[in-house]
Design a binder for this molecule. Sequence first.
Ligand code: CUA
Length: 316
Amino acid sequence: MDTTGTFLLPPSASTMAGETDALFYFLYYLSIFFFILITGGVVVFAIKFRRKKGDISTTKGPSHNTVLETAWIVVPLILVMIIFVWGFKGFMKQSVVPKDAMEIKVTAQKWFWSFSYPDGTSTANELVVPAGKPIKLLMSSQDVIHSFFVPSFRLKRDVLPNRYTVTWFEALRPGDNILFCAEYCGTKHSEMLGKIKVVSDREFKEWLDTNANAGADMNPADYGAKLYTSRGCVTCHSVDGSTGNGPSFLGVFGHEVALKGGTTIVADENYIRESILNPQSKVVAGFQPIMPTYQGLLKDRDVDALVAYIKSLGEK
Ligand code: CUA
């Protein structure tokens, strides 16, 4: 199995990769063959039939050559039909999700990925899946167009607002795979990275179990600090007082905050909760209303933990 990749292609880590690469290399070597044939012909003929010194005679060209013309029509026709059928088969395989696939909901938003599992577990920027099992991805965007791109799986699919797109993959073996956003989606497009962590079936079940009880053994503020990074808050909100796309969390709790429209509010538990679940309702003055809602993406316990974390930063 190819775990290192080649000069042209990244490692192949999904069941689709081998087929995709075979077609790629077919096109690649076909192109090289015709490149040499055509440019070689140009060079050879240019030398062979060049005008010689003192020779001013011209020859009458042939009107046509049936054999030659048939050959240059039929041979490319056969070649492009091979490419078409080959590509179409791969496209169908990629488009039709196997019946027994596990469905995971993918949500893209500026500028991170979130994943929801059938049992309610959700993660951000890290998709954990078992090896050797087909995984169906049901994808949508909260804002602009993003694109779910995993080079080692040879998988790329646009993620759109107001519409679902579907794709699937089956990972070959445990290991980490990089997930990129492949559609320019704003300032931090290049930082919209994720990881697809492929584990064994047993490890996956264990992971789901521990995730169902995540945070149960931590104090809420520590768990909140963990969520702050893992759920993507860190993308826009600093904890050192510096201004990002959103206000810093440092020293905000319990203090008065100026809102867009000239009013003020005290940043208490309810305001923070509202800002997480319904971020457009009371936007802090000087910031754009760009924060997506976390409604449905965070459990109550997660919201409590984030509130506790922000609280701990406010009491400094
Ligand atoms: Cu999301 Cu680029």
